[in-house]
Design a protein around this ligand. Structure first.
Ligand SMILES: [Zn+2]
Length: 122
């Protein structure tokens, strides 16, 4: 087996760690009866629309699993932050209706309303 240097697992990784179980096809192998299948743990990821697998050495399975989990949590957090940002921008640029004048205009002063609306929802 070729020696590989210490592999640095990146902090975040896209993909999912999954276990593949299969028969190798050799008739006398322990896997032939379908009970003791060969297992290999892979990082499943997509690249250019194709699903790819990267076989993980034993000592990298847990670090890689943690890095993919970190990515999923960060992605969820970033999505929530971006959605909250979008909602805030939509709310602040939405037309504000003045009950007194019946005038709907954007939330900045125009020539008929030279002061900012003090309260929201008016
Ligand atoms: Zn086998």
């Amino acid at each position: 087996m070729p020696t590989r240097g210490a592999v640095q697992v990146p902090k975040t990784l896209r993909g999912t760690v999954v276990t593949h179980r299969r028969r190798c096809g050799k008739p006398n192998c322990r896997c032939a009866d379908g009970e003791l299948l060969h297992e290999r743990v892979v990082l499943r990821y997509s690249e250019a629309g194709k699903t790819r697998f990267l076989t993980l050495p034993e000592d990298l399975i847990e670090p890689v699993r943690r890095a993919t989990g970190r990515y999923r949590r960060e992605r969820t957090r970033l999505e929530q932050e971006a959605n909250a940002g979008l909602s805030a921008l939509v709310a602040s640029l939405a037309p504000t209706r003045h009950l007194t004048s019946g005038c709907a205009h954007m939330a900045w002063p125009h020539r008929d309303h030279l002061i900012w609306p003090r309260r929201r929802g008016l």
